[in-house]
Write a protein of this length. Structure first.
Length: 106
């Protein structure tokens, strides 16, 4: 059974929440695109998003998503074996924030 698309108002609210939280993350030292990808994964209703879905949701190129996912993977958000699968449905990892931030800030 296919999922019904979210109403336009819900999608707009989700995008605003995602962008707002991504801005907070970026101001905290996480690069902008990885912050947007991570925030999108945190606030998605589907439990995860593919790279193609992230590309559409964030209105960016597949290369931008690839770079952001690679960066987040280096911080420990996904196992390396999952990185090899471009079609993988990404989920926000349960990682202690204190373990991520020191690696993200130069």
């Amino acid at each position: 059974m296919a999922e019904e698309p979210a109403p336009q108002g819900d999608r707009l609210a989700q995008q605003q929440t995602t962008e707002g939280f991504a801005s907070v993350l970026a101001e905290s030292g996480l690069p902008r695109m990885p912050a947007r990808v991570f925030a999108a994964l945190l606030f998605c209703d589907a439990g995860g998003l593919t790279s193609a879905e992230l590309t559409e949701l964030l209105s960016v190129s597949p290369a931008a998503i690839s770079g952001a996912v690679r960066y987040l993977s280096q911080l420990g958000f996904w196992p390396a074996r999952e990185m090899a699968r471009a079609y993988a449905r990404r989920r926000a990892a349960v990682v202690p924030w204190s373990a991520v931030v020191p690696r993200a800030v130069p």
